[in-house]
Design a protein around this ligand. Structure first.
Ligand SMILES: [Ca+2]
Ligand SMILES: [Ca+2]
Ligand SMILES: [Ca+2]
Ligand SMILES: [Ca+2]
Length: 463
């Protein structure tokens, strides 16, 4: 009985909201605006990604003819966006066929979304009005009153946005994004060499460090162990480790190959690496094989007092109060596995989320803060909050997914919030519309869909 009453209450509020939404739209119509404004979306790190299958009216359209706009302060504004082609093997490619199909991806940033406009308010462009457009409703599931709208038009003549959130210099092996730069040094070692934060010029990172212990076998017999680091691993790799990013901006840079994938945004970087760690033949050496017994990947800062990052604090899901990154050792637990790790310094910081897939093996947290010089170490020979993960006795295929969210400085512990961002991507609903009130499929249900989505997200209804 109580349940039914609650359900009735939900339906009543939903219907009331439909009426209210209709009244709002009508009022704006009377003022000649035909627009509505929601609470703007406050998230700036995560993109909105829509697949071509959500844009069925544009299937087969030349990608060069599609252009994204938002209605902001009563003006149509071009929105930075890109449509990346994905081939039948799910790989991002610089050029597939140049036309939209189901698995191609439209990407843009939520803070570029604008207000809602009625289906009769269009850009002033002769070509655009001859085709349908897509109204795309973006919602922040962490705060569902935060909504925004963008409109995807088909027109080769509508101007494109000039803003770039990311740029890649292949010769310098350096990505320059809104909130960070990363430089790689493939001639000398594997991994990230330099990192700057929030428009400052100073490198805050000593380098990414790799450590591995391998056992070498001749036939079935172990003949010794070999220590490998981010420098010596170059001797074992037959492929060059120079990074190519065939897809670059304005919203993201995407690249990689079967074993490693990069997706870099203005304030977020995603890495995915897949490598075999079971027993393997040593290339070019008959009857010889090796196993990986231990593996570590970590990011080691430069001394914070020297880079201007001091005070820098390290946090992780086991260490919520934080410890100072000052070269003096700290008590940071190696277990249980931390689902996030964070640096917070004066110039900025980042939260690193790591997910590891392995057939067998033991994964632990790695953290080392020790400013004493160690002649056996690489880089500057000292460790300032050297942070990452370590694996012992791995077997099978090792899959590593890492996402780094770059933050402003002196924010304190942001781990829970960033973890929630990663777990709750922005959602997008698409609806095709036709000019001059010509209603195609989707238009008729567009408004009610939005309204119901708004309502189901509010506290009042679920209470
Ligand atoms: Ca395509
Ligand atoms: Ca460096
Ligand atoms: Ca310390
Ligand atoms: Ca160091």
């Amino acid at each position: 009985m109580h349940k039914r009453m609650m359900l009735l209450g939900i339906l009543t509020v939903a219907v009331l909201m439909l009426v209210w939404q209709g009244a709002l739209a009508a009022t704006n119509f009377a003022n000649g605006e035909a627009t509505a404004v929601a609470t703007p979306i406050t998230r700036v790190h995560d993109p909105v990604v829509i697949t071509g299958s959500q844009l069925s009216a544009f299937q087969g359209a030349p990608l060069a003819d599609l252009v994204l706009y938002a209605y902001v302060a009563a003006t149509w504004q071009a929105v930075p966006f890109q449509i990346d082609e994905v081939d039948a093997d799910d790989n991002f490619v610089a050029l597939e066929d140049g036309v939209l199909d189901g698995n191609d991806q439209l990407a843009f940033m939520p803070m570029d979304a604008g207000g809602w406009v009625s289906a009769t308010t269009w850009v002033s462009d002769v070509t655009a009005v001859a085709y349908p457009r897509y109204a795309i409703t973006v919602t922040n599931p962490l705060s569902p009153t935060e909504m925004g709208w963008v409109y995807l038009y088909r027109s080769p003549t509508l101007p494109r946005a000039a803003t770039q959130y990311i740029a890649w210099d292949e010769a310098a092996q350096m990505v320059t994004a809104v909130s960070y730069t990363l430089r790689f040094d493939p001639q000398n070692f594997l991994g990230v060499a330099d990192m700057t934060l929030n428009g400052t010029a100073v490198d805050v990172l000593d380098r990414q460090k790799l450590r591995a212990t391998a056992t070498i076998y001749v036939g079935p017999f172990p003949i010794g162990t070999q220590q490998i680091n981010e420098e010596s691993i170059l001797d074992f790799l037959t492929e060059p480790v120079t990074i190519t990013l065939p897809i670059v901006g304005p919203v993201r840079a995407v690249g990689g190959n079967v074993t490693q994938q990069f997706t870099l945004y203005g304030a977020r970087a995603d890495f995915a690496i897949s490598i075999p760690v079971g027993r393997q033949d040593v290339p070019g050496v008959p009857n010889t094989s090796f196993t990986i017994d231990a593996l570590r990947s970590s990011l080691d800062l430069l001394e914070p007092t020297a880079t201007g990052m001091a005070p820098t604090t390290y946090y992780d899901s086991n260490t919520p109060a934080g410890v100072p990154v000052d070269g003096s050792p700290d008590a940071v637990p190696s277990t249980p596995l931390a689902n996030w790790q964070q640096f917070d310094g004066a110039l900025g910081g980042f939260v690193m989320l790591t997910d590891i897939g392995l057939d067998s093996g033991t994964v632990t947290n790695f953290y080392l803060d020790n400013g004493n010089f160690n002649a056996d170490d690489t880089g500057d020979g000292r460790s300032f909050g050297d942070t990452g993960f370590a694996i012992t006795d791995p077997d099978g295929i090792l899959d590593i997914w890492q996402t780094i969210y770059f933050l402003r400085g002196s924010q304190g512990n942001q781990g829970t919030m960033v973890t929630a961002w990663a777990a709750n991507p922005l959602t997008a609903v698409t609806g095709a519309q036709w000019f001059e009130g010509v209603e195609g499929p989707g238009t008729a249900v567009y408004l009610p869909l939005i309204t119901i989505q708004v309502e189901l997200g509010t506290e009042k209804i679920t209470d």
